[in-house]
Design a binder for this molecule. Sequence first.
Ligand SMILES: [Mg+2]
Length: 243
Amino acid sequence: MSTQRSAAGLPVLDTPLFLLDYDGTLAPIKQDPMQAFPHEAVVPLLNTLKRHHPVWIVTGRHLNDLAVLLDVQLDAIGLHGLQRGVVGQKAVAAVSESVQEEIMHMKHLLPGIKEARIEDKEYTFAVHYRGAEQEDVVIDALKDWLDHLPASLDAIWGKKVVELKPKGVSKGSAIEELLARFPDHQPLYIGDDTTDEAAFQTLHSIRGAQAVTVKVGAGQTCAKYRLPDVSSVVAYLQRYTTV
Ligand SMILES: [Mg+2]
């Protein structure tokens, strides 16, 4: 472990494996997800980091959508663990036909909610309700809809969004696979949302004290450290460009 400490109290690792969420971590959250461009320093920063260290983006987005916003070729895990690929290149997802059918059936059952917006993610979909005036009403309608959820699927609630995914797939399960590929690196995971908690837990259980986990913003977390916002994430990561 490194002995160096950043201003925020976070360690600066000697051999980091960067595992970075995108929305709310490298890019401020926007009402329209396709307007969530990265913080202005992020593209040059990631290009510098990847020259020296392994860098992975771990996002809930479809990697094709991410490529529209983030113009850096990086290894990535998309759709909350369902998709593997490189940002800006072809990505693959392993979803069985029966699970796909169940996801489509749930889409069919979705009630008409005026204030909700569906984001199509090719293999699955998300229902956003950011900006809804009657948020409680929308959430109640979505909860009623989720009573129909088959056993093969999980619903994940994020920041003003709910989405479906095959059971057992998570950012945590995807990371588990990745850690085995980088036995000599120290994982550093930064994320802001509920879906990142699975990754934090996986990292703690597999790498214990060696894992550095960082929650961005307020809210409950099992992460070891916290940074307040995207700018502070950028400032912390910039420390790796000078060591
Ligand atoms: Mg996020």
